[in-house]
Design a protein. Structure first.
Length: 165
């Protein structure tokens, strides 16, 4: 997928709580898609799976290992948790502001209610991917967040196509 463009997400946007906790309403993940989301997310270099320290019980953090340099530490709310996956398969990530706007306009995300308060206008919720094609887009946005926070240039397609461990 071309990193510079996002396709329009099909269908209606999920209903969400606009306050805290910021979550989707009535959405359940598709088991195969969710399993692949987790496989790809934790295949990112130097990312550990840990329980979240900022989200709802059951959410899983994408935690950068100690010693990984951070290009944008201000994009991380607490510790080294640059993103987390909620039990419903949605995620909170921090993107560059322009990329966050693109994701919102294309229907893949909505602003986090605390984003403006925290001074992080790139903090968004990515909606639960409903099929593998949607996962490709959502995973590209996760990689965009990872690359933004770390300053790296990881290619989402290479991780997505890597053999299963």
């Amino acid at each position: 997928m071309n990193v510079s463009s996002l396709p329009q997400r099909s269908g209606p946007q999920p209903l969400t709580h606009k306050g805290m906790p910021h979550a989707q309403i009535g959405v359940q993940p598709v088991p195969d898609v969710n399993a692949e989301l987790f496989r790809r997310a934790y295949a990112l270099p130097d990312v550990e799976r840990r329980p979240t320290i900022v989200s709802v019980p059951g959410a899983q953090a994408l935690w950068l290992r100690e010693g990984v340099p951070l290009a944008h530490p201000e994009a991380i709310a607490v510790g080294r948790e640059f993103a987390h996956i909620h039990p419903d398969g949605s995620l909170h990530v921090s993107l560059p502001e322009e990329r966050a706007r693109e994701a919102i306009q294309a229907g893949w995300a909505e602003p986090h209610p605390m984003a403006q308060y925290m001074g992080n206008l790139g903090m968004v919720m990515l909606y639960t991917p409903r099929m593998m094609e949607e996962l490709d887009v959502v995973f590209q946005l996760i990689v965009d967040s990872y690359n933004f926070v770390t300053g790296r240039g990881v290619n989402a397609a290479e991780i997505a196509e890597a053999p299963h461990a």
